[in-house]
Ligand binder design. Structure first.
Ligand SMILES: [Zn+2]
Length: 371
């Protein structure tokens, strides 16, 4: 195997090297580049494992984790090669915004479409500079034939640290031969990897709305379904805020995942410093309830709390604090599950979401390609 080069970073046995992937040229001169850290063990270069972070510019915990994971001590014990991209959105990171100022939309919906990777002719517009830059990253991931990828994010302020699991599609146009059995095997590998990460595991939105929300073009969705490589999104609690407990839990979880990948020895380290909820059945993300009218939200349950059908989740009041609506202003849960985070703030227009729950998932995590 020739030595691994990602952008300008060339892996060296037993060393941590830095480099760049050229990304987006500025009209005024200069360029945005994605930083690359490669940490390689002394003896063998494979397997390769990828960690990407901070594609949403206000989500900083992944960046801190990315900077702290590859230490000389880790390299001393590492088998294979760890490729780390501390930020996939340098512009958003500079301005502390979710999206870079030169892209109108969510950057985490711009990785190559797993279905249409080579079919550019039915596009209305040429790819944007950022989309082309992400294709470069995707190609680098593909060429390095990694064992897996994890993409690090933050969710709402006060939200539960958790791993999001994407559905795996089969009998796809591009890969007719990828069967349900293959999809189940891939999904099982994702499950084993996330069990080793040790965080609460949440399934992504049901498969039909998954594509509607363009999640198949997220970093993890694109790598999972486009390359058939285990990949998942890790949410590290509050955005724009560093909780040391979450950082340590993530570093520990990632070392455990490297053990799963046979890249580190030693016993699995326990995850401490964050709550981990294992309800005994699969759960999926569900935004619920929504404000039936405009008003002020008084939350009655917090992140991590179990909830049951009929249980009051919040009370809506007017600006004077008087309950509004039926049932003394109470909004009751339509589901059994637990709270994974509040939508920000207490003011709501009619129809705006109040919080995010994890509810029992009765759907399949391997589905016939829905598009
Ligand atoms: Zn994010």
């Amino acid at each position: 195997m020739p030595s691994l080069t990602i952008g300008s970073a060339a892996a060296k046995p037993g060393e941590i090297v830095h480099g760049w992937i050229d990304a987006v040229d500025h009209p005024t001169g200069g360029i945005d580049r994605f930083p690359v850290i490669i940490a390689q063990g002394k003896r063998v270069t494979r397997p390769v494992f990828w960690i990407t972070a901070s594609i949403h510019g206000g989500e900083h915990t992944g960046l801190i984790v990315a900077q702290r994971l590859a230490t000389p001590q880790l390299v001393e014990n590492l088998r294979g090669t760890l490729v780390i991209i501390p930020t996939l959105n340098p512009a958003g990171l500079r301005t502390k915004d979710r999206s870079p100022y030169y892209h109108n939309g969510d950057p985490n919906r711009l990785f190559p479409d797993p279905q249409r990777e080579t079919n550019q002719k039915d596009r209305l517009y040429p790819p944007s500079a950022l989309e082309s830059a992400y294709r470069k990253v995707f190609t680098a991931i593909k060429d390095s034939q990694p064992v897996a990828l994890l993409d690090l994010h933050n969710a709402q302020i006060g939200s539960l640290p958790m791993a999001f699991r994407d559905p795996v599609f089969y009998q796809r146009g591009r890969q007719k031969s990828f069967t349900r059995i293959d999809a189940q095997a891939l999904q099982a590998k994702v499950g084993d990897m996330l069990d080793m990460l040790g965080f609460t595991i949440i399934n992504e939105f049901a498969a039909d709305s998954y594509v509607e929300k363009h999640l198949h073009r997220s970093v993890s969705g694109s790598v999972l379904n486009g390359l058939n490589i285990p990949a998942a999104t890790v949410e590290l609690g509050s955005w724009m805020y560093i909780d040391d407990g979450v950082v340590e839990a993530c570093l520990t979880g990632l070392r455990n995942v490297l053990r799963w990948a046979n890249m580190l020895d030693g016993p699995v380290e326990p995850i401490t410093g964050i709550p981990v909820i294992r309800p005994g059945y699969p759960v999926r993300r569900c935004i619920h309830p929504h404000a039936p009218q405009a008003g002020i939200v008084h939350h009655l349950v917090r992140t991590g709390d179990a909830v049951q059908v009929g249980q009051p989740l919040a009370r809506m009041t007017d600006i004077f604090g008087e309950p509004i609506g039926d049932d003394d202003g109470l909004l009751r849960s339509a589901y059994n599950g637990f709270v994974i985070g509040w939508q920000h703030g207490v003011v709501r227009y009619k129809g705006e979401p109040i919080m995010v729950l994890a509810i029992k998932d009765t759907g399949e995590m391997t589905v016939v390609n829905p598009y």
